[in-house]
Design a protein around this ligand. Sequence first.
Ligand SMILES: Cc1cc2nc3c(=O)[nH]c(=O)nc-3n(C[C@H](O)[C@H](O)[C@H](O)COP(=O)(O)O)c2cc1C
Length: 208
Amino acid sequence: MNFIDALNWRYAVNQFSNEKLNQQQVNGLIESVRLSASSYGLQPYQLFVIASDQVKNDLLPFSYGQTKVANNSHLLVFAHKTQITSKDISLFISSLAKSQNKTALALNDYQQVISNDLLAKNENEQSAWAAQQCYIALGKLLSYTAINQIDACPMTGFDSQGINQVLGLNKQGLNAEIICPVGFRSTDDISALRVKYRKQTADLVTML
Ligand SMILES: Cc1cc2nc3c(=O)[nH]c(=O)nc-3n(C[C@H](O)[C@H](O)[C@H](O)COP(=O)(O)O)c2cc1C
């Protein structure tokens, strides 16, 4: 299937079958998120991959009645950092330097650029910036699922405070931004019959 056909094939699944993703498929999903681009490369988020029925059921009361949060193969949670500190930036720079066989000193100018931008933001702005990065990773995930004929439903319709509490995210300096059940569409999913609506190209694109 080519990429555009895959994007037409995918839809936000409402009802998943009982079939489970195998480990290789789960690893592929994780890798698509891990390889996502992010501003400065900081990846200010964590991905939670939940296979446990117990944990999914604990999260269900915070999903505004959307039972797909419990009925899926795996539930993914994108949680972003709520604050970016100079320590976060230093740790990132040292890891980056190590991976590129450089000294942290050689990346000093880069560290300064990042710090001047991110440390000038207040906590709300830092949190919003970090949340934006989750959506880029979500885009990668949804493309990967489509091309590999895995189903997903990106979701922001949930009570983040409840999800944060169940997963203990606050104490890790994290906030749940997006949740995404993954698996395989049920043959009973009536959402599959919905005609895909998108803006016409002329309404979306301006060519100059
Ligand atoms: C950021 C984001 C949040 C969404 N939140 C929900 C949600 O909480 N519940 C839901 O059923 N669908 C949710 N959706 C799915 C959209 O409604 C769906 O992608 C859109 O209607 C287009 O339909 P399609 O993806 O089936 O082509 C969300 C999608 C995105 C990208």
